[in-house]
Design a protein around this ligand. Structure first.
Ligand code: PNS
Length: 163
């Protein structure tokens, strides 16, 4: 089976991520979307919440599985016997970091883990999870950024009534 992993923080998943998930799931037999359990960050949503959010947001894509991981991506990929990581590229500003990540993973895995980039659709090129959080914190409109149920969860987390 031709599988790929789409790793990320997904705090929270945006329409940009969902666009990449949909397109990658059409290329591979199986796509594992995996949330990084990063103890250094203080996320808005716990790993368990992010997994649940992703499961709900991708329920119409039968070949998408949602999981979480901690530690190195190459070790997780090896455990899953997957050799391709998917990452989305929005703009040139993403490129330097993503290139470094991809090359580090390739080197560390001795060529066992390749990274495939999908360019973000233009309509979502401006979106970032941190930007969405900032807008939600000040009760701005995030309906064009995340699914409605995610927006509700975010406003609730920030202690706002529904806008
Ligand atoms: O959504 P993000 O925060 O841009 O995702 C970054 C992620 C999760 C892909 C990256 O930080 C990662 O894979 N972290 C796991 C640790 C690791 O393997 N690092 C690679 C060597 S620098």
């Amino acid at each position: 089976m031709n599988s790929a992993i789409y790793p990320g923080s997904f705090d929270p998943v945006t329409f940009g991520h969902l666009d990449i998930i949909r397109r990658a799931s059409a290329i591979f037999d199986e796509l594992i979307v995996s949330v990084l359990d990063n103890h250094l960050k203080s996320p808005l949503f716990s790993v368990e919440e992010r997994v649940k959010i992703l499961e709900k947001a991708t329920k119409d894509l039968p070949n998408v599985k949602v999981d979480s991981f901690s530690g190195l991506l190459i070790d997780y990929a090896k455990k899953k016997d997957v050799h391709v990581a998917i990452r989305g590229l929005r703009a040139i500003t993403d490129f330097e970091y993503e290139l470094q990540l991809a090359q580090t993973n390739s080197k560390l895995s001795k060529g066992e883990l390749d990274t495939m980039f999908l360019t973000t659709s233009l309509e979502y090129a401006y979106l970032s999870s941190s930007g969405v959080k900032e807008i939600a914190r000040f009760q701005g409109d995030i309906s064009m950024c995340v699914p409605d149920f995610v927006a509700e969860m975010m406003y609730e987390r920030y202690g706002h009534k529904q806008v």
